[in-house]
Structure formats: C-alpha cells, structure tokens
Design a protein around this ligand. Structure first.
Ligand code: TYM
Length: 331
C-alpha cells in the first residue's frame, strides 16, 4: 500500500478536464492505497478572491469531490487551510527553493504573463506550497493531469535537496500517476489545448452545467470549414472535439465520426450534437448528486471536520520529525 496525495485548487467549479485528468483516478485508488485528497484553498489566494467567493468555492469543490464518488470514510478528504502544518512545512521548504528555478517554472511564467498587475510571491512559490502538500504526508503517488508534471518534478527536487542537506532519507520521491496510463490533458472547446477553470467563457464544460448550457457551449465550439481531402490531418480545434469525444463517447461513435471526417463527409453540427448528448449522459448523474449533497450542510461540515482531524494527525507527525531533523530543540 502506498500513500497517494492529490489536490484541486478551489478557484471555481470542476470541469471535465479535472474529472478525467485527476478525479476519476482518485475514485479507483481510494480502495487500494492510503489516500489523501484535498482542496487547495491556500493556493487559490494567489488570485485574491473575496471572503465570500473563497468560502463558496471551497464548499463547491468539496461537494463535487463527494458527488464524484470520493468516500470520506475511506479516503482522507480535507481542506488545505484546516491543516496549518502545511504552512509551516512550506516556510521551511522555502529556505532551500531558489529564485532561478522558481522563475523558470512554466506555470509561473504563464501566470505572470496573464496577471501582470498581480505577480505576487505566492505565485512564485506556488510549487513550494504544492511540494509541502505532497511531502507533508510523505506521499509517493500523485494522481494529476499532464499540466502538473513540472510541479511534481519540483516537489522531488525540494524533497531530495532537504534529504541531502540534512543527510537523511526522510522524504520519499513523489511521482505523477494516472493509474497505469499516460497522464492526460483534456482540451478546451475554444480551440485551445487545455480545458481550464479560468480560460474564459466557452472553454470548459463544468460537471454542474445543466443540459441546456452544455448543448449551447458545445454547439458553439470552434471548428473549421471542413476537410477537403481524404484523410486530411485535423486542425487543433477539430482534434480537440474528437479528444473530448474519446473520453465520454463509445468507441463506435468515435470511429463513426473519424470515418466521416476521413471521407470528407463529416457534418460538424452532427458531431457536436452527438458530443453534447454524450456529455449530458455522463454529467447528469453527477449533477444530480451535486445538487443533493449541496443541500446537506450538516453532512458537509461533518466530512470537513473528519478530514481535518485525519489529515492533521499525519501532518503533525511529519512536521514534528522535520523540526527534529532541522535541529529545532525545546529549551
Ligand atoms: P488544478 O486545480 O488546476 O487542477 C486539478 C487537477 O485537474 C487536472 N486538470 C486537468 N487534467 C487534464 N486535462 C485538463 N484540461 C485539466 N485541467 C486540470 C490537474 O492536472 C490536477 O490534477 N496545483 C494543482 C493543485 C494542487 C495539487 C497539490 C495537486 C495543489 N497542491 C498537490 C496535486 C498535489 C492545481 O492547480 O490543479
């Protein structure tokens, strides 16, 4: 049995990318490993949410985790800020994380380009906080989508550097993990290569979207003027639609439309209609559970309390041991 840790930032509703990149695997893994799944609300502060939005978003992610099938009696499901030990480990790890490597991180460069008026230190040290999340439970497996690969590499660097510095083997090496298959990246509906929470209107299908919204978003998805030659390579936007179809539709449906495309007979309207219906079939049971769980405040607060207690036990043990390794001693 290994220790698995993964998290989702509480910056908005969960989308198909989150589900297929990460959550789907959490559900399978919870019965085989010691699993910690959490809501990264400290991380969400980099974009300065209002207190109301912060709380509402954390609540929504908690609801959606549960609706997707995480069993809080089996896995440890918690909110990051309920475990202040994470902040202490983050502080300690920051002492041997270097400016150069943090500045070179692709997600930092990306964010710095997008939010030029708010390039804060939290954004720069985001990978250190993420390393603290993982190392605090000494996790070895981290189920994530492809976009998190570099962060995982940095978590290994910080853990190994700590070990070297103090001549110990305290932290094991964490690896990105997708239950035996390649890490995946679900594309957006707007022609961009990634579905994301903050990519703008029309990019993402959220698990909580109703059928009408899903149809509208998918029918508006970017396409081109259609193939003019047999077996023509697909433009990015068309490839995206097929890639989303591959995760929600049957193999027969995908190959039917592939054939239609390759023989230049495809009608994008039909392709999108089919995709919309298949997405709706997939998300409807989730949406219904989201609504049901969201109405149960008593259950949600019980889950959060139980998760915090279990997560803190493991986190407090690590911080105590790390303090000893570093040389903090009581007087
Ligand atoms: P976040 O909140 O952006 O995404 C949560 C999870 O969903 C995956 N994901 C995707 N997978 C495939 N295709 C997509 N389009 C897509 N979009 C998102 C992400 O890879 C991720 O697994 N930094 C993390 C949160 C975090 C974390 C951690 C994760 C904080 N500490 C420790 C693991 C371990 C993040 O922003 O994920």
């Amino acid at each position: 049995m290994e220790t698995v840790l993964s998290g989702i930032r509480s910056t908005g509703n969960l989308h198909l990318g989150n589900y297929f990149g990460a959550i789907k695997n959490f559900i399978k893994m919870q019965h085989q490993h010691r699993c910690y799944f959490f809501i990264a609300d400290y991380h969400s502060l980099t974009t300065h949410p209002t207190p109301e939005d912060l709380h509402q978003n954390v609540r929504q992610v908690l609801v959606e985790y549960l609706a997707a099938g995480i069993d809080p009696e089996v896995a440890t499901l918690y909110i990051q800020s309920d475990v202040p030990e994470v902040a202490e480990l983050y502080l300690l790890l920051n002492m041997n994380a270097y400016m150069g490597e943090l500045e070179r991180c692709t997600t930092f460069k990306d964010k710095a380009r997008k939010q030029t008026d708010n390039i804060n230190a939290g954004l720069l040290t985001y990978p250190v906080l993420m390393a603290a999340d993982i190392l605090i439970h000494r996790a070895t497996k981290v189920p994530v989508g492809k976009d998190q690969e570099q962060h995982l590499e940095m978590a290994r660097t910080f853990g190994k550097r700590f070990n070297r510095m103090y001549n110990t083997e305290y932290f094991p090496e964490p690896y990105a993990f997708n239950f035996g298959v390649e890490l995946i990246k679900i594309p957006g509906l707007d022609g961009s290569t990634k579905m994301g929470k903050s990519e703008g209107e029309g990019n993402a299908v959220f698990l909580a979207d109703d059928p009408k919204t899903i149809r509208k978003k998918i029918m508006r998805a970017v396409t081109d003027s259609g193939p003019t030659e047999m077996n023509q390579p697909k433009a990015q936007a068309i490839e995206n639609i097929f890639n989303i179809m591959k995760v929600v539709s049957s193999d027969d449906t995908v190959s039917y439309f592939e054939d239609q495309y390759n023989s230049c007979q495809i009608r994008y309207g039909d392709l999108k209609k089919q995709l919309a219906e298949d997405v709706i079939v997939f998300t409807t049971p989730l949406r219904e559970k989201i609504l049901e769980i969201s109405a149960d405040d008593v259950y949600l607060s019980k889950v959060a309390r139980m998760g915090a207690e279990k997560a803190r036990e493991s986190a407090a043990k690590t911080v105590k041991e790390v303090r000893e390794v570093i040389g903090f001693k009581p007087f």
